[in-house]
Ligand binder design. Structure first.
Ligand SMILES: Cc1cc2nc3c(=O)[nH]c(=O)nc-3n(C[C@H](O)[C@H](O)[C@H](O)COP(=O)(O)OP(=O)(O)OC[C@H]3O[C@@H](n4cnc5c(N)ncnc54)[C@H](O)[C@@H]3O)c2cc1C
Length: 334
């Protein structure tokens, strides 16, 4: 079991800044995120876009902001569980919580901070016969560990940036790569599409445009995928792993079942300290709602600071909190 003072659900910019504010008050944090990487929407949706409304940075690329935040919180040694969705939470007799992840991880904490943004990014699933038979073993909606595909035959499906980028990357890892797309042109960045066309011309990948997915098949384990082309001909492609990359759509997910007051997919909070209706559970960043709420990174940072001042009493019930500027106290590493 992982033990920490504060368990932060969501490793987006707001969850990361909460680590900094908590660290100033000597509170330790563990973060858990369903995505395989840190950074929330910034790293997942728009890593290369410049942001213009972060104080002190006339413009900064989204991924660069996340990298800077990681540098800023390093002294407080936060720990992470990535690629795991929080499913449930159990209140303990002493008021603390167990947070339970989809792979069985248990985090014991005094305070829960939900910084879940728009919610879990759930994969858009293809309509395909036998999908559920192989879903747990051979179907991958995200590439968490490219090594999983070393020396294997793989089929990637999709026409966006993820499908293109992973096709290019996995060509250097897998034995045989097939990219299937239902249209005859790609949605993703033109330079990535160019790389894919070049790989196809060089015979390094098998590119099947204007093909639709029909079914998965095999004997116990995945052996082939059946497709149909524009002329309604059936094609069978041998494969060991299937990677459908049709994008992710955010859903509030299991958090909606925890008894929190929810309004239009967001958690209602008290703006005094961003607590929810359940004691020791706070909600900050895009996931919360209150009159006048703006879904902006800087608003989430403010909420994180106030939340930490309030959470302190649960972690150090015998201590009086005295507010200090960083210019006075500095940043004292753990
Ligand atoms: C294209 C685009 C451009 C934008 N531009 C700007 C801008 O210029 N300026 C600005 O201020 N804002 C901008 N935003 C908004 C900004 O990205 C959000 O306000 C910000 O990401 C909110 O941060 P967060 O940490 O609250 O949530 P998120 O960044 O959404 O991170 C939440 C994390 O929680 C995880 N999570 C959710 N539920 C669970 C669960 N049950 N278990 C495990 N993990 C979970 C998610 O996987 C996610 O990684 C933009 C947004 C988009 C999409």
């Amino acid at each position: 079991m992982i033990k920490t003072d504060i368990c932060i659900i969501g490793a987006g910019p707001v969850g990361l800044f909460a680590v900094f504010e908590a660290g100033l008050l000597k509170m330790r944090c563990h973060l858990i995120d369903v995505l395989p990487q840190i950074g929330g929407q910034l790293s997942e949706i728009y890593p290369h876009k410049p942001i213009y409304d972060i104080p002190g940075y006339p413009n900064i690329k989204a991924q660069e902001l996340i990298d800077k935040q990681m540098e800023q919180i390093a002294p407080f040694q936060p720990t992470f569980t990535l690629g795991e969705r929080v499913e449930s939470l159990q209140r303990q007799d002493d008021g603390s919580y167990h947070i339970i992840g989809s792979d069985g991880t248990v985090i014991h904490c005094q305070v829960v901070v939900i910084a879940g943004g728009l919610g879990c990014f759930e994969p858009r699933k293809p309509d395909l016969i036998n999908l559920e038979l192989y879903e747990k073993s051979h179907v991958h909606y995200m590439v968490k560990n490219p090594e999983r595909f070393r020396d294997k035959r793989i089929v990637i499906a999709g026409g966006g940036d993820s499908a293109l980028d992973w096709t290019v990357y996995l060509t250097t890892v897998a034995k045989e790569v097939t990219l299937v797309h239902r249209n005859d042109s790609f949605r993703g960045a033109p330079d990535s599409a160019e790389k894919v066309y070049r790989l196809a011309q060089e015979g390094k990948i098998n590119l099947l445009l204007s093909h639709n997915l029909v079914s998965l098949g095999g004997n116990g384990h995945l052996e082939h995928i059946q497709l149909v082309n524009k002329q309604k001909e059936n094609i069978v492609v041998p494969t060991e792993e299937f990677i459908p990359l049709y994008g992710l759509s955010p859903k509030l997910g299991p958090i909606a079942e925890w008894g929190l007051n929810i309004d239009k997919n967001a958690i209602e909070v008290d703006t005094f300290d961003y607590r929810t209706n359940i004691e020791r559970i706070y909600a900050i960043g895009d996931i919360n709602t209150y009159p006048g709420k703006l879904k902006l990174i800087l608003c989430g940072y403010h909420e994180a600071a106030l939340m930490c001042q309030s959470a302190f009493k649960y972690i150090y019930p015998d201590q009086k909190l005295s507010f200090k500027y960083t210019t006075v106290n500095g940043v004292n590493a753990f």
